[in-house]
Ligand binder design. Structure first.
Ligand code: FES
Length: 127
């Protein structure tokens, strides 16, 4: 097993930012699942003046989907919602070639984040 795969397993075993999401505590909460396998993620973002000030997520699934969400969550604090990482950055964070079959796993977190951001843009904030 190479170093990069080890990094994915490390995030999977010790996920950053993972905790139960209480809707009322967040500016926006969004849930997504991957229908082909049932793996799921829920993200909570606190946003002040367009900047992400806090992130948490919860979910279950394969090592790639959960590790990618863990890695992504570390990148978001202090970022403008418009400057959130994209597909290329997520693949760089994972650091291993991702096959077409696993691309949905790798992108589940990003998909969840982007759809949460759409809710913010659409003014659908909690509070
Ligand atoms: Fe379900 Fe990876 S197998 S997201």
């Amino acid at each position: 097993m190479d170093l990069y795969a080890e990094n994915i397993l490390e995030h999977y075993r010790s996920p950053r930012g993972k905790k139960p999401i209480n809707d009322g505590a967040w500016s926006v909460v969004h849930h997504e699942d991957n229908p082909s396998c049932g793996d799921e993620l829920t993200i909570g973002l606190k946003v002040e003046n367009g900047k992400i000030t806090a992130v948490a997520w919860d979910g279950s699934g394969c090592a790639i989907s959960q590790a990618a969400m863990s890695m992504l969550s570390e990148e978001l604090i202090g970022k403008d919602i418009a400057d959130a990482p994209g597909k290329k950055e997520v693949l760089e964070l994972l650091g291993v070639p991702v096959s077409a079959r696993r691309m949905k796993c790798a992108m589940l977190g990003l998909h969840t984040l982007l759809n949460a951001a759409k809710k913010i843009e659409g003014g659908k904030l909690n509070s």
